[in-house]
Design a binder for this molecule. Structure first.
Ligand code: C2G
Length: 141
């Protein structure tokens, strides 16, 4: 069984996340997701809409996700790769080069991000009176 791992916050789960997870799964048979805890997100200066447990529940509902583990720090990746017998590490290419050190232990792959969509964009657009693509409040509901 070929095992793949990826990491992230996955807040306000959207199709950019899903595209990444599905492409990551296609590199093997089993996908582990290191999900950033609320405390680690604070370290990443990210405030989440959904809690760790809520974000974990959503990821676990995805057919392409086989296991969700907590990501509590930057330094756990090498240990995770060894502990879970990971063959392939996958991240979006906004992280290009940042985790090349893992290539001593597994294949490292950076995939193109899905353009146009991001959690911060969703928050921004919803924050502007619930507008979506310039629609009015009622149309967006
Ligand atoms: N992503 C993507 N396309 C988007 C948005 C996100 O491919 N439009 C990818 C990111 O590149 C990342 C994954 O989806 O690989 C999760 O993105 P985030 O939840 O924003 O995770 P991030 O804050 O980048 O945390 O140790 C690594 C960090 O935990 C990554």
């Amino acid at each position: 069984m070929k095992k793949v791992i990826t990491y992230g916050t996955f807040d306000l789960l959207h199709y950019g996340h899903i595209n990444l997870l599905q492409r990551a799964k296609n590199y093997g048979d089993y996908l582990v997701v290191g999900l950033s805890t609320d405390d680690f997100n604070a370290q990443k200066n990210k405030s989440c809409y959904f809690s760790y447990e809520e974000r974990k529940k959503m990821l676990e509902a995805l057919r392409c996700v086989d296991m969700v583990i907590p990501e509590t720090c930057w330094e756990q990746k090498t240990e995770d790769v060894k502990k879970y017998g990971i063959d392939v590490f996958v991240m979006g290419n906004d992280w290009e080069g940042k985790f090349d050190f893992l290539s001593d232990f597994c294949e490292v792959i950076y995939l193109p991000r899905t353009p146009e969509i991001s959690t911060s964009r969703i928050k921004k657009e919803l924050g502007e009176n619930g507008k979506k693509n310039g629609q009015s409040q009622t149309e967006a509901e």
